[in-house]
Design a binder for this molecule. Structure first.
Ligand code: ZN
Length: 71
């Protein structure tokens, strides 16, 4: 199917991919429910990424440099 460029006035809900018009009440979402679900997903992803960056193995990199300097 190649309907992506034909329906310029139609958008897809970022949450459920349902087609919606640009003047939809909860644009760009098909409903307030999908808007809340999508916002909640983004918030939880931000939280997860922040937690991972804290857990980066910095110490092994620093000890490697110290080891090289004392050589
Ligand atoms: Zn939706």
């Amino acid at each position: 199917m190649s309907t992506q460029k034909q329906n310029a006035l139609l958008f897809s809900c970022p949450n459920c991919r349902k087609k919606l018009k640009r003047d939809a009440e909860d644009f760009p979402f098909c409903s307030s429910r999908c808007r809340i679900i999508d916002l909640g997903r983004w918030a939880s992803e931000d939280y997860r990424i922040a937690g991972e960056s804290v857990a980066l193995p910095e110490q092994s990199y620093i000890s490697d440099i110290t080891d090289d300097a004392s050589y």
